[in-house]
Design a protein around this ligand. Structure first.
Ligand code: GAP
Length: 511
């Protein structure tokens, strides 16, 4: 088994996703829309399985977490209280020549210092090799300008740190020439819309940039149902929208995406660090259960000085994507900030009354927040591999296989008649398909040589292939009658299984 090199891997995954119907560019026939993606027939099953697994493990299997589906458009005051109207911004930079727009914290630059004097500046976009790329550009700069003297090592900084006098001297990453970059400006990432017939200020509303605020705004309503006692959580899965300046890396950073968030409310006197650790471990274990290898995961603790004033600690679970180690899941200890803010802005008392101690207090919250699309990408990147398998003539050929965890695979089993032109085989295979269909997602395929059909399902990540052959019909003896071959996607091994045992066996293997 080989893993393609990381530069190729993203290209191969994007191409496979398109070819096999996992993910398409949105509105592609109109040239696409940057930052928006559509999930095709296999993709929609994949993300449904991700959502269902999370919901099952996070909500249905626990006594202390309840579910919620709040509206996407909420009262605009929600976003004032949460701080999004005032502060949900990214620093944006325009290149006046190329008309391209960048996030200032994704442009890195350095002075080119020769014998202690600054001879100019070089810049690159964020990557895994920022310092090396800047050094290469500094070398080129020196050579091109035929400068003499000792070139000092580069000092990478991001564009938000640029002094006003440096800005005109830093080359645009689009043109390579200085003089065209604007100073960074704060850009609010919320999508605005209008509610009702009027288009004035009073009608402005926002597409939610996170699902979390639904849980805080409905905290009192859920408390009043009497179903919950601290510690407890409210979980939600739903679409969020951010007008990202630079959507990129396929579905990693999009403008419309889906979040799975849970707000876990604890006593103000409880040990928040213990709960924080508990949820970090829960999230890591859950990722492994859906097929993300533990070896690709790491943790990043946000430095204390970069945390919001109310935050006690934030840890990101990082995943090794082909384009670098990036945030997959954020677990934040947010204190009582959100409930207190909503109480202040709405006038509603968002407090908890502890029956045992007769104490009233504002609960604190631990928030694990993740994107479905980021998990889907992590799963696809982990699952993609190429190995060798024999073709019809026994020659080894490259096989592309998605080693998806069976619980996440879009199709659990594919059913094949060995030959299409034998009505008895076709009839029996369709009977087997109909037997499995009420229990599992199955796919029936009779087109082409059996080896080709196996390959197509390997690429789709289908963990099991069920083939109906002449033995199934009893042509080689009564003992094999009503048995099929069950092929394992990863090992390609085949075993003979009784049709009567197939449902139980496959349910067991794909749960
Ligand atoms: N309520 C907290 C919150 O929304 P966040 O770190 O901004 O925190 C949480 O987002 C998670 O949502 C991220 O860890 C990531 O998995 C996902 N996410 C955020 N922005 C995204 C985007 N533009 N595209 C895809 N996923 C995104």
């Amino acid at each position: 088994m080989t893993e393609p090199n990381t530069a190729d891997l993203m290209e191969k995954i994007v191409s496979l996703c398109k070819r096999r119907g996992f993910i398409f560019q949105s509105s592609e026939i109109y040239g696409g829309l940057n930052g928006f993606w559509d999930y095709g027939p296999l993709g929609v099953e994949l993300i449904k399985n991700i959502r269902d697994s999370w919901w099952n493990d996070m909500v249905r299997s626990r006594d202390d977490v309840v579910g919620l589906e709040s509206s996407i458009i909420m009262h605009p005051k929600v976003w004032e209280a949460s701080g999004h109207v005032g502060g949900f911004t990214d620093p944006m930079v325009d290149c006046k020549v190329s008309k391209q727009r960048f996030r200032a914290d994704q442009i890195f630059y350095s002075p080119v210092v020769i014998d202690g004097h600054t001879a100019g500046y070089v810049s690159v976009l964020e990557s895994e090799r920022i310092a090396e790329e800047l050094q290469e550009k500094a070398d080129q700069f020196k050579r091109k300008k035929a400068l003499q003297g000792k070139l000092e090592p580069v000092q990478p900084r991001d564009f938000t740190e640029a002094k006003p006098e440096e800005i005109p001297l830093i080359p645009s990453p689009a043109t390579g020439e200085p003089g065209s970059l604007t100073p960074p400006r704060a850009f609010n990432m919320m999508f605005e819309t209008h509610v009702g017939a009027l288009r004035d200020e009073s009608a402005i509303a926002y597409l939610r940039p996170e699902t979390a605020q639904g849980m805080f705004a409905d905290f009192k309503a859920i408390l009043d149902t009497g179903r919950v006692k601290i510690p407890f959580g409210i979980a939600q899965i739903g679409k969020s929208f951010r007008n990202e300046i630079t959507p990129r890396n396929f579905i990693f950073r999009s403008r419309e995406f889906e979040q799975m968030e849970m707000e876990y409310f604890i006593s103000d006197q409880d040990d928040w660090a213990k709960w924080h650790r508990y949820w970090i471990d829960w999230c890591r274990n859950w990722l492994v259960s859906v097929g993300v290898p533990a070896s690709h995961l790491s943790e990043y603790d946000h430095p204390k000085e970069k945390l919001a004033f109310y935050s006690k600690g934030t840890t990101d679970i990082m995943f090794r994507y082909p384009f670098g180690v990036q945030e997959l899941w954020g677990i934040a200890a947010r204190g009582d900030y959100d409930l207190s803010q909503h109480a202040r802005f709405s006038g509603a008392p968002l407090v908890y009354f502890d029956d045992a101690t007769k104490r009233r207090y504002v609960p604190h919250v631990i928030e694990p927040a993740v994107g479905v699309d980021r998990i889907a990408l992590a799963i696809l990147c982990s699952a993609y591999c190429e190995d060798k398998a024999p073709d019809e003539k026994g020659n080894l050929e490259t096989r592309v296989v998605l080693r998806l965890a069976p619980r996440i695979a879009p199709i659990k089993a594919a059913v094949f008649p060995l030959l299409k032109n034998k009505p008895e085989l076709v009839k029996k295979a369709k009977e087997v398909r109909d037997l499995l269909r009420p229990h599992l997602t199955v796919f029936y395929d009779e087109a082409g040589a059996i080896g080709r059909r196996y390959r197509r399902q390997d690429e789709a990540g289908t963990p099991f292939g069920v083939t109906v052959d002449f033995d199934t019909l009893g042509e080689k003896g009564a003992e094999l009658k009503d048995t099929v071959t069950l092929r394992d996607r990863d090992s390609m091994k085949q075993e003979r299984v009784k049709i009567g045992e197939l449902v139980g066996m496959l349910l067991e293997k794909t749960r």
